[in-house]
Design a protein around this ligand. Structure first.
Ligand code: TYM
Length: 405
């Protein structure tokens, strides 16, 4: 019996998919000549190497770079996981800080992108509106370019293991840690009444969302960094207590656009809970509204286009939006382009970029929302996610001593 890494083509539901897989190959001699060839193997092998459920399957095995390589020599694809909580419509901050990054990573990484609907109900929701927001969120994932063939896209509640591991994580998270989480603290400080227990413990559920898939990286905006750090602390604590249960993931925060600020009050983050509705551009805003919001963005009276977030937060925010929507164009470039020009020119350039992006996204969104794609994508994504989460939860419970059989 030997361990190999190999290119694999798996035929499932009539479609071929490519992957580099690794696993225990009990009969290396079964391959012909230099190792290529077409073979039939029982599905159990496929499940073990690729984590894909399904009936019988056929795959072609090819040597990696002309020969079989041992697993240790083969670099496998790193895994990434992230999610969005659609308590309202997705906005430009979500897109720039998170969603657009998921899309650009999906070619290089194994991307798992879910819709965090358990997190939505930590604050009161109108059922009809919530359902609409969830559908819109899936449609926007796809419209922004997430490809279900490359990424695993699913609804959190379709994989029950999240909630169960969430409880286990809660039991391994200290109250002192939860007390330090800024999101809960902020709401309390603003005197919000009747905050739910779910809102208080939600970072523990977020730790479960992440750790159940053993990702290498968690791409998020800056406001979520604290939660990923808590996740790391809990993972290390549990690894020390029970043996190596979890991979300890790294947060991946974009260099530009990690904190898109409100257009009407650049001291605050752009957020779904913008009461005035003027500072937040929603991905489904009509283009006229979006343009108006940019054109009325708060700036200052210094009349110079410099990237200085401390002294010119409004201008810096417009510049970071422009930069992130132009492949992270350097700020010095933008400063040079707008030297001697006014804020109106900068705003027009930002509005043009934002509107072009929204127009593209909305065009695809309109097609997707009218099709059956959402249900199909979620069904397939949930199957793939369950195949990873179920054995992982069973292992964790066994390690903790919770299982009898
Ligand atoms: P949520 O829904 O608040 O935000 C989703 C993602 O968008 C980023 N983001 C921003 N980035 C830049 N500028 C902004 N103004 C801005 N606003 C939001 C967030 O940082 C985030 O990356 N708890 C999470 C959802 C979640 C999750 C997870 C994320 C649940 N489980 C596991 C990662 C891994 C949340 O409420 O994100």
């Amino acid at each position: 019996m030997r361990t190999y890494a190999f290119h694999i083509r798996l035929k499932r539901d009539g479609e071929w998919c490519d992957a580099v897989a690794g696993g225990i190959w009990w009969n290396p001699g079964a391959s012909s000549g230099n190792g290529s060839g077409e073979h039939r193997y029982p599905i159990k092998v496929i499940q073990r190497v690729l984590n894909k459920p399904g009936g019988t399957a056929q795959f072609i095995m090819r040597p990696v770079m002309g020969r079989f390589l041992c697993l240790g020599e083969e670099k496998s694809m790193k895994r990434m996981l992230s999610g969005i909580k659609p308590t309202g419509q997705l906005h430009l901050g979500n897109y720039i800080g998170a969603l657009s990054k998921f899309v650009s990573y999906q070619d290089e990484y194994e991307m798992i992108a879910f819709i965090a609907n358990l997190h939505c109900i930590t604050v009161p929701q109108d059922p009809e509106e919530l359902q609409r927001n969830l559908r819109d969120c899936v449609a926007l994932y796809l419209a922004c370019g997430l490809d279900p063939k490359k990424s695993t896209i699913f609804l959190q509640t379709d994989v029950k293991e999240h909630a169960q591991l969430g409880y286990i994580m809660c039991c391994h998270t200290y109250m002192g840690e939860l007390n330090r989480m800024t999101q809960f603290k902020d709401k309390q400080a603003h005197g919000e009444k009747n905050l739910s227990g779910g809102l208080y413990t939600y970072p523990a559920l977020m730790a479960a969302d992440i750790l159940i898939y053993d990702p290498d990286y968690v791409p998020v905006g800056e406001d979520q960094k604290q939660h990923v750090e808590l996740t790391r602390d809990v993972a290390i604590r549990m690894n020390n207590r029970y043996g190596n249960l979890f991979k300890v993931p790294e947060p991946l925060i974009p260099k530009v656009g990690a904190r898109v600020m409100s257009l009407s009050d650049p001291s605050k983050k752009m957020s779904k809970s913008d009461a005035t509705n003027k500072g937040c551009i929603y991905l489904l805003d009509d283009l006229k509204t979006a343009r108006k919001k940019v054109m009325s963005a708060k700036t200052d009276s210094l009349n110079q286009i410099k990237f200085d977030p401390e002294n010119q937060p409004g201008v810096a925010n417009l510049m970071q939006i422009l930069s992130s929507l132009s492949d992270n164009r350097p700020m010095a470039d933008i400063e040079a382009e707008f030297a001697g020009k006014g804020y109106g020119d900068l705003k027009r350039a930002v509005a043009d970029k934002v509107c072009a992006e929204l127009e593209m996204i909305q065009g695809r969104y309109n097609e997707i929302i009218a099709s059956s794609m959402i249900e199909d994508v979620l069904k397939e994504g949930a199957e793939k996610a369950r195949a990873m989460a179920q054995p992982k939860l069973a292992n964790i419970q066994r390690a903790i001593g919770m299982e009898i059989i």
